[in-house]
Design a protein around this ligand. Structure first.
Ligand code: FMN
Length: 200
């Protein structure tokens, strides 16, 4: 009898005004739909118990608004705190991915995603890209396309600065759900491979 592989996907995120939190929920929803157990951890109020949840997870998805062209100060403070795990490479070989949200169409979101990839690499984690073609890039395309902002490293969202969390674009929410699904599936594949190697 085979045992179903059920990865644990943690979402470690910051959201100053609730917009990025909508994406964190979407990532969790997507991962759960693909068979993962999920935990959402707001990094600005992280507790010892939540650090332990990160340590126990198979994958960590990093999320932050883009502030001044990079992740928020609260996320950077969390990233510095992860150095305690870096010394022992405690998160090595976990899977990692990322998402961000900004007020401008570009808003320099790419830099935030690149920061996440470097953070993941410092920990020896394996990066999972978005895995979608760009949307909304032809005369027949729509702003409701998945990956409408055309990022590859992770999921990106743009939310008008005069709107609250209810204004997060539905296509960006769907793109974040896709990322969660993809992370859960890729993590299950890696766990299955490790189990097969251990049994060989
Ligand atoms: C301090 C600060 C800096 C910001 N810097 C940027 C920026 O560099 N690029 C951009 O497009 N939007 C920028 N914004 C807008 C936010 O990215 C945007 O409002 C986002 O939806 C906030 O998400 P949150 O509610 O999860 O914090 C900035 C907002 C703040 C408060």
């Amino acid at each position: 009898m085979t045992t179903a592989i059920r990865p644990t996907v943690a979402i470690a995120y910051h959201s100053g005004y609730g917009h990025t939190a909508v994406l964190a929920e979407a990532v969790a929803r997507g991962a759960a739909a693909a068979g993962a157990d999920t935990v959402r951890i707001p990094v600005d109020t992280i507790t010892d118990e939540q650090w332990a949840q990160l340590d126990a997870s198979d994958a960590i998805v990093f999320g932050s608004p883009t502030y001044m062209g990079t992740a928020s100060g609260a996320f950077h403070a969390f990233a510095e705190e992860t150095s305690k795990r870096w010394f022992g490479q405690d998160w090595k070989d976990k899977l990692a991915a990322g998402f961000t949200n900004s007020g401008s169409k570009s808003g320099d979101k790419l830099h935030t995603l690149q920061f996440f990839t470097v953070l993941a690499a410092q920990h020896g984690m394996q990066w999972v890209s978005l895995g979608l073609h760009p949307g909304w890039n032809s005369s027949t395309a729509s702003e409701n396309d998945l990956n409408r902002l055309g990022l590859f490293l992770g999921a990106g969202a743009q939310t008008h600065t005069d709107q609250g969390p209810e204004g997060v674009h539905k296509a960006d929410v769907a793109t974040a759900e896709h990322l969660g699904e993809r992370v859960a599936r890729q993590t299950a594949i890696v766990l299955a491979g490790r189990a097969a190697l251990a049994a060989a």
